[in-house]
Write a protein that binds this ligand. Structure first.
Ligand code: FES
Ligand code: FES
Length: 193
């Protein structure tokens, strides 16, 4: 069974080693921040180019629909859920500050691609950003996106700072109630014994 480390946790998947990592993350590990923009399990996801599924594999931004569990064996995977615990990564902060998000479907893949770029090239040229961020965005956030990633690079290099984005205006309990599979289980009543 394929073993790997995901967001700092050693895990073992009791799944077909030929399954693309994307499906294991979303369907088995419940890490649904990684999006499926068109990968099909039957064709191994090999025809999709959208980039919505990008995660970091040993620090490199890769499309998780293109990697099988067998190929991920022994590697360190970081998903959007593991990039930061409080959305404080410079790319996340800059994306919010520059309003480079519309529907948000493409955002996790873009954030991971940008985080991978900045980890190997802290001060990329505009052309290097364009080359690294080949993600599809049907909402068309590209102009703001380029500025956001350039700003994230400056923040990473401590040339400027961004005030932390506010916490989401939804209680986690309310969010769970909107998703039956995540329904909050009430605490058992104290029997007094
Ligand atoms: S889901 Fe589109 S490239 Fe992976
Ligand atoms: S923000 Fe909607 S697809 Fe990119």
């Amino acid at each position: 069974m394929p073993r790997m480390t995901i967001n700092g946790r050693p895990v073992e998947f009791d799944l077909d080693p030929d399954m693309p990592l994307l499906f294991a993350l979303r369907e088995a590990a419940n890490l649904t921040g990684t999006k499926n923009g068109g990968a099909n399990f039957d064709d191994g996801g090999s025809t999709c180019e959208c980039g919505a599924c990008i995660v970091l594999v040993d620090g490199a931004a890769l499309r998780s629909c293109r990697i099988t569990l067998a190929e991920a064996e022994g590697r360190f995977i970081t998903t959007i859920e593991g990039l930061s615990r409080d959305r404080s990564h410079p790319v996340q902060q800059a994306m919010v500050a520059e309003q480079a998000i519309q529907c948000g479907f493409c955002t996790p893949g873009i954030v991971m691609a940008a985080a991978g770029l900045l980890s190997r090239n802290p001060a990329p040229e505009r052309s290097e950003i364009e080359e690294a961020i080949q993600n599809d965005c049907r909402c068309g956030v590209y102009p703001r996106l380029m500025g956001a990633i350039e700003r994230a690079a400056r923040v990473s290099q401590r040339q400027e700072s961004i005030s932390a984005a506010p916490a989401p205006a939804i209680d986690t309990k309310d969010a769970a109630e909107a998703v039956p599979a995540l329904r909050v289980v009430p605490e058992p009543e104290d029997s007094g014994t």
